[in-house]
Design a protein around this ligand. Structure first.
Ligand code: ADP
Ligand code: MG
Length: 683
């Protein structure tokens, strides 16, 4: 008689025979074992750590292991390019993988589905929005999968950095797919803080899941953070990548314009450099990416659009020319340096000025909840046009943004004819939380600028990585003398006295120490030393191991979270290092002139735009939206539409240069829009 349960194949043998790898990378084995055992798993590891293997290997093992769940693994993946890439890699290994997404002919998707149901596959990839297609989940559910993997799982979290409405139904539909036996589900992501981890687990309905949160420490990556005004940054960035062994390098610039400016400056100095941003024609982007990968370019100056597909192991330096919008983004971007394991450095040039910029965008992109409510209250069961709503709720240009957010959170419904009705009333809480989360991210990024402790430890704590190996020893906090941009010097005799005053005030305080503000009052304020200088002294004391600084949060009567820094005396354990202060980076420009202030640009106005053209563009947008059965703002925003009408571009390149227009839009609609503009000009 045949046994129902075959012997479980040895994961290590599968690793060698099916994937051709000699050994597991750190933490892969534990994740694989948990899934093989049927446990749910939440896997958070940085990009490139090898997360895919952690569901692919268990899927094969489970498929062989027992009769009953002989099916393929189901893999939910948000990006067509990612899916294609994975499928191709699996097929190259002789595995049977298929995919279902909107970029393929219906007949091929049907065939993929049939193959899955017939048991002819090892992996079936599909996009999350497929789950909304009536009958699709039920059809898949006819066969029990070996496991279900949700890639880029942060997209399901409302406060993940790019929440995707398509992921919404995932939590709802997963139980059908899991079936009665409850096959294991694994969520995979490179960026999730503890709050987001919790949210992913509950949205996916993970049960008693094993959490693998690992690999955020980078032993060969020295993090350096420089609080400096924008006017100093080009020069400091040049210093950071000045030595030949600091290159190849990636520089992240905050705007397309600045990326191009810097690339020109460096090219004049004879560097092999190019700019890269979403406003460049696809062919040029491909050329830059290829040239950098092949070593023909030493430096790429890019906006955050760069890096997704980059798999270059020998990047020696990553420089940020402004604060990123979150520590998650920062960590992902610096993670592109030193993949080969050799020493690499990441230099962050930033100041609170950058945060003001981010706050401005936050206000624009995440309107205050009360504005959304105004729109919500203007809605009822009567379908209305957007223009009508604009008049009704008097939110002006923000109407569209408010509608988009309401729609994402279910408070508004947009029909195929683009008319809007009221949705459910439960949008408020998730929206408020998403918005608050964005604010928190900005605050965390700003706090990272300070000199509080080892940079590596700060990142590990941020991600909830339980790595216990202590300070990194190579960041600007641990090794001030090794910095490439910051310069440290010994204390002046006056500074020595200030140090004494601070230590004495602290010695007089209770065991729990003092807040930095109180300590300032108790020590240097009376001596006429300004707060910024006090912070430098405090940083010097912390780096020398004489005091400990810790981030604390306090809730005031209104319930607001207020962050503060606690200062305590360090125990004298003989570990104290010599005191040094960093030479502050100052503007060099007289106070008040503010140097090169990057003010948000003033946008074009509807009044000034050619009316007939605006109407035609709107009609085009509406037609496309109807054809694709999506809300019009998914085709292009009002801001982009206005920009196109005002600039009236005559080539794809010029169209790309319009603010708010991306390469994807140009690829899909460029020719249509340009033809429309030409016709308009001919009249
Ligand atoms: P992630 O999804 O975490 O960003 P991937 O799963 O795409 O990373 O893996 C990154 C690379 O590492 C891939 O090229 C993959 O083949 C390789 N890789 C994964 N696991 C191993 C291993 N155990 N040994 C060698 N290479 C591996
Ligand atoms: Mg991946």
């Amino acid at each position: 008689m045949l046994s129902a349960v075959e012997h479980a194949p040895d994961p290590r043998a599968v690793l060698r025979e099916r994937f051709g790898f000699d050994a597991f990378r750190p933490h892969q084995e534990a994740a694989c074992r948990a899934l093989v055992d049927g446990r749910d798993v939440l896997l958070v590891m940085p990009t490139g750590a090898g997360k895919s293997l952690c569901y692919q290997l268990p899927a094969l093992v489970r498929a062989q292991q027992a009769a009953g769940h002989g099916g393929a693994a189901l893999v939910v993946s948000p990006l067509i390019a990612l899916m294609e890439d994975q499928v191709q890699k699996l097929c190259a290994r002789g595995l049977r993988a298929e995919r279902i997404h909107s970029g393929r002919p219906r007949e091929q998707s049907r065939a993929a589905c049939r193959a899955y149901l017939e048991g002819a596959l090892d992996f079936l990839f599909f996009a999350p929005e497929r789950l909304a297609v009536p009958g699709f989940p039920e059809l898949l559910a006819k066969r029990t999968p070996s496991l279900i993997a949700v890639d880029e799982a942060h997209c399901i979290s409302h406060w993940g950095h790019d929440f995707r409405p398509d992921y919404r139904m995932l939590g709802e539909r997963l139980p059908v797919l899991r079936g009665a036996s409850g096959v294991p589900v694994v969520g995979l992501t490179a960026t999730a803080t503890p709050v987001v981890q919790q949210d992913i687990a509950s949205q996916l309905g993970l049960k008693d899941e094993v959490r693998c949160i690992h690999g955020f420490r980078r032993d060969n990556l020295a993090l350096e953070v420089v609080d400096c005004p924008p006017a100093r940054r080009h020069a400091l960035a040049a210093k950071a990548i000045g030595d030949a062994d600091a290159r190849p390098a990636i520089l992240y610039a905050p705007t397309r314009k600045e990326a191009e400016e810097i690339a020109r400056e460096y090219a004049d100095e004879g560097l092999a450099v190019a700019a890269y941003h979403a406003g460049l024609p696809p062919a040029e982007r491909e050329r830059v990416q290829g040239a950098f990968a092949a070593g023909a370019l030493e430096v790429v100056v890019a906006t955050v659009a760069f890096g997704m597909g980059i798999d270059k192991a020998d990047v020696r330096t990553v420089v940020h020319l402004a604060l990123p919008s979150s520590l998650e983004a920062y960590s992902q971007e610096v993670g592109r340096a030193g993949r080969d394991g050799r020493p690499a450095r990441a230099v962050l040039l930033g100041s609170f000025v950058d945060n003001k910029m981010h706050e401005f965008f936050l206000e624009r992109d995440y309107p205050e909840p009360k504005r959304l409510r105004r729109l919500f209250e203007a809605l009822d069961d009567t379908p209305r046009e957007l223009d009508e709503l604009r008049g009704l709720c008097r939110l002006g240009d923000a109407t569209e943004k408010c509608l988009e957010k309401l729609w994402v959170h279910g408070g508004a419904l947009v029909a195929h004819d683009q008319r809007v009705t009221r949705g459910h009333d439960r949008w408020q809480e998730p929206y408020a939380r998403q918005r608050a989360h964005k604010e928190t991210q900005l605050a965390q990024m700003a706090r990272f600028l300070g000199d509080k402790g080892c940079r590596q430890l700060a990142l590990l704590a941020h991600f909830g990585d339980d790595d216990q190996r202590g300070p990194c020893g190579i960041c600007d906090f641990c090794a001030p003398d090794a910095c490439s941009v910051r310069s440290a010097r010994a204390l002046s005799s006056e500074e020595e006295q200030w140090v004494q005053a601070v230590l004495e005030a602290l010695a007089r305080a209770a065991r729990g120490g003092l807040s930095a503000g109180k300590l300032y009052q108790a020590s240097l304020e009376g001596r006429g030393v300004d707060r910024r200088t006090f912070d430098h002294v405090l940083g010097a004391l912390a780096r020398a191991g004489r005091v400990l600084l810790s981030d604390e949060v306090f809730r005031n009567e209104q319930g607001d979270r207020i962050a503060w820094t606690r200062v305590t005396l360090a125990r004298d354990d003989g570990q104290a290092r010599p005191l040094s202060v960093f030479v502050p980076e100052r503007d060099g420009v007289a106070k008040g002139s503010g140097g090169r202030r990057r003010k948000p640009r003033v946008d074009a106005t509807w009044e000034a735009a050619p009316k007939a053209l605006v109407e035609r563009l709107k009609q085009f947008r509406l037609d496309e939206a109807k054809r694709r059965k999506v809300p019009a703002f998914q085709i292009c925003s009002d801001r982009a539409l206005l920009g196109i009408a005002t600039a009236s571009p005559s080539s794809r390149e010029q169209l790309l240069a319009v603010h708010g227009v991306g390469a994807r839009f140009v690829e899909r609609f460029g020719d249509t829009v340009l033809a429309l503009l030409r016709d308009n000009g001919a009249e």
